[in-house]
Design a protein around this ligand. Sequence first.
Ligand SMILES: [Mn+2]
Length: 450
Amino acid sequence: MFVFDPKINKDCAAHRKALRKILPDGLTLVSGGVEVARNNDVNYVFRQTSDFLYLAGVPEPNYFLMLDPKGGRDTLFIPRVDAHHRVWLGHVPDVTETRRTYGIGDVRYTDELPAVLKKARSRYRAVYADGGALRRLRPHLKGLKPRPGLLDDALQVLRAVKTQGEIELMRRANDISREGHVAVMKTARPGMREYELQAEFERTCTRLGLRHQGYPPIVAAGKNGAVLHYHHNNQVIKKGDLLLIDAGGECGGYSADITRTFPVGGRFSRRQRDIYAVVLEAQKQCIDRARPGVLSGDLHYHSMRVLADGLKDLGFLKGPTDDLVYGGAVRLFYPHGLTHMLGLDVHDSLGGRKRQVPCPPHIRVRFNARLEAGFAITMEPGVYFNPALFNDSALRKKYRGQIDFKKAESFYDFGGVRIEDDIVVRPSGPPLNLTSVPKEIDDVEAACGY
Ligand SMILES: [Mn+2]
């Protein structure tokens, strides 16, 4: 179905052009990542820095990128590898091949960087350099005022709005991750360990060409589903458990971020179905409302309202919806945000300082942005029964009249339900949904393969 294709971001040239337009009056220097030691002679699996992937698309370590807007050229600096190292590393592209692969007109070796900088710097007063470039090239930047904050902000501004090439990579990450999620639903059986399903997801992604995960998968059965960043993934899955899996592969550096919750055994129980339906309704309503001009904080409050109404119908909450939402009672069931930006980082750029929208006093969320066409964001409401919250004596006292704590306690073995899709805001109308993993109750049960 998918053929491995070391596809690179075809929009990097456009990204560099846009950056030169924001920072036309300085020399821009961006450093690629360097390898990090894991233990003796072994490095961690290398992941290029997100900004470098955005501007150059190069996944390898030890590169530099220089934008010289007055000189009218971008230069990529690549490490010079001698014959001895080729014995260990195999084929390493030279400047000619690199020029062809990445479409950057000027490619040189990093040992030429000091001489190139010496010539270029006389044309400028400022250097927009990141921390790594400043640390490693400081002696060659004489006479230039470093402005790392402006470079960072410019990149945040640009990275928030996805270009067509970026959306294509995100779609590919999503399409392959879909296969992984479906394989997990089909494979899950009582008696397995959670990590066996992690293996199934990662195996499927790798087999279809995604060599890296955007983040370590969360695979949580039963009560573990209530632990928001559960990472042990080592417990035995029991018959009748809900299985919550939050996992996404990475393509060209762009991550999918998908959560599904399904019944081990293939059929939702009555109470699983009831909670699931409430979360799904909140998610679908919020997806539909994700349009330009909408505040993400307002969407979060909308999701809290839908969840509060649903939990009221099921007897967990009582009282006026507004009181449950603004007073915070619903947050005991839903203690996280609805959405975050998504891209080269799974929690991606917030869009730059100018885009930060202060929250009105009645809204308390960590991420509050006015949505724009091209924003890629997640939509991930959830309902959890986490004893750490429901057993808290101060919270029990505060919400005594609003929460049926006895009923919530009887759901401790339930864990939680989260449903998470990746969407791209469109200029008008509802957003593009990149995620096609089954989520309707009938479709999830059908995918479970019993
Ligand atoms: Mn997420």
